[in-house]
Write a protein that binds this ligand. Structure first.
Ligand code: ASP
Length: 329
C-alpha cells in the first residue's frame, strides 16, 4: 500500500517534470479552447453582424468555438479597452471599425492606449453607408430631406453609436454637406438605434448597409442614398449621394480584427490564416454580398497590411479632427 502510493507519487512527479521540460508550444497547440471576439457595439448592429459571420467561418478553420461578446458604449472605446487590457494569449480579440482610426485623436483621455495597446490580425471588409430615416419623414428624396433639415435643424435628431462611431462620422459629413445642424441621439450601437428608427422615435440615421439593407428592402425605413460613387447591386434602386445632389459625400467603413499588444507572433499568424480562410468561404461571401459588401482581398487580411492601413487612417483623420476642434472629452 505504502509502496504503491509512493510509486504513484513518483510517476506523477516524473510526468510533472516531463511536462515542464516540454517546449511551451508543444504543451497545447493553439487554440485549445473557446476564443472570444469582443464587438465594441450592441448586438444586432452592423459590426455585430459582420463579426458573427466571420467568427463562425473562422471557428471551422481553428477547430474551436469563436464566441462574440458585445461590450457597447462610448463610441466603441469600452469594448476596445476591455481587449487592450486582456491577456495577450489569443483568446480575447477585438473586431472594430473606422473608430480605430478616429479614436486616437478624438479621445484625449482613455484608460488604454488606443494605438499601442493592440496587435493587428487583418482587415476584414469595407462597408458602404446609407442615409435613412423613419418611414413617415416628409421628404421624398435627398434634396427634400436636405431642405427639411435646413428648415427644422435641431428639431430633427439623428441616431448614432457615440462619438467616433461610423454613424457619428457619417452624420457629421451629412450635416456639413447640407450645412445645417441636427440633434444627436447616442446609442450603444446602431442595432438598438435601428429599433427606434423603425418605431419612429428618432428621425434619421446614417449606417452601414450590413445593418440597413434588410430594413430598407422590407420598407421599415425610408432610404435616401448610398454613400458610394456607384450604386450597389444589392440596392439597385437607391441613388448615390452624388446623384441625390450631395457630391463628395462618400464614405465606407472598414473593419479589422485585433489582439492585445504582446500576443505572440505565431498566434497572430494562425489567426490571420483563419481569417483569410473565413473570407474565402462561399457562404460568407454570399451573405456579405446580400448585405451590400465584400471581403477585402486576401493580401489585405494580414497583420502588416492591416497595420499600414490603420496608421494611414489615423494620419488621415488627425488633421480633420484637429481642424474641427471637436473632441470627445
Ligand atoms: N454602425 C455602428 C457605428 O455607427 C456601430 C455598430 O453598432 O456596429 O459605428
Amino acid at each position: 500500500m505504502i509502496r504503491s502510493t509512493l510509486r504513484r507519487a513518483l510517476i506523477g512527479a516524473a510526468f510533472g517534470i516531463a511536462a515542464l521540460a516540454l517546449p511551451a508550444g508543444a504543451q497545447q497547440a493553439y487554440p485549445s479552447r473557446t476564443i472570444t471576439v469582443v464587438v465594441p457595439f450592441a448586438a444586432g448592429g452592423p459590426t455585430d453582424t459582420v463579426t458573427r459571420l466571420v467568427a463562425e467561418a473562422m471557428s471551422r478553420d481553428l477547430g474551436q468555438t469563436v464566441v462574440v461578446e458585445n461590450v457597447g458604449g462610448a463610441g466603441g472605446t469600452l469594448g476596445a479597452a476591455r481587449v487592450a487590457q486582456a491577456r495577450p494569449d489569443g483568446y480575447t480579440l477585438l473586431m472594430h471599425h473606422i473608430g480605430m482610426g478616429t479614436t486616437p485623436t478624438l479621445y484625449r483621455r482613455l484608460s488604454y492606449d488606443p494605438v499601442g495597446g493592440f496587435e493587428t490580425i487583418g482587415l476584414v471588409t469595407e462597408v458602404p453607408m446609407t442615409i435613412i430615416a423613419r418611414k413617415d419623414i416628409p421628404a421624398a428624396n435627398l434634396q427634400e430631406l436636405a431642405a427639411l433639415v435646413r428648415k427644422e435643424t435641431t428639431k430633427l435628431n439623428y441616431a448614432n453609436a457615440g462619438i467616433g462611431a461610423a454613424s457619428h462620422l457619417c452624420g457629421l459629413l451629412l450635416q456639413k454637406a447640407i450645412d445645417a445642424p441636427m440633434t444627436t441621439v447616442p446609442y450603444r450601437g446602431t442595432g438598438p438605434a435601428m429599433t427606434d428608427l423603425i418605431a419612429g422615435t428618432v428621425d434619421l440615421m446614417c449606417d452601414q448597409t450590413t445593418n440597413t439593407t434588410e430594413q430598407i428592402r422590407a420598407g421599415a425605413v425610408k432610404v435616401f442614398a448610398v454613400t458610394t460613387p456607384q450604386r450597389l447591386p444589392s440596392l439597385p434602386d437607391v441613388p448615390t449621394t452624388a446623384e441625390g445632389g450631395l457630391p463628395g459625400m462618400e464614405v465606407t467603413i472598414w473593419h479589422g480584427l485585433y489582439a492585445p499588444k504582446g500576443t505572440p507572433e505565431e498566434i497572430r499568424l494562425r489567426l490571420s490564416r483563419a481569417l483569410q480562410v473565413a473570407l474565402r468561404a462561399p457562404a460568407l461571401i454570399q451573405r456579405f454580398a446580400d448585405l451590400g459588401t465584400a471581403p477585402v482581398a486576401q493580401d489585405r487580411a494580414t497583420p502588416e497590411a492591416h497595420r499600414a492601413f490603420w496608421q494611414a487612417d489615423i494620419a488621415k483623420w488627425r488633421p480633420v479632427i484637429q481642424a474641427a476642434g471637436q473632441y470627445a472629452d
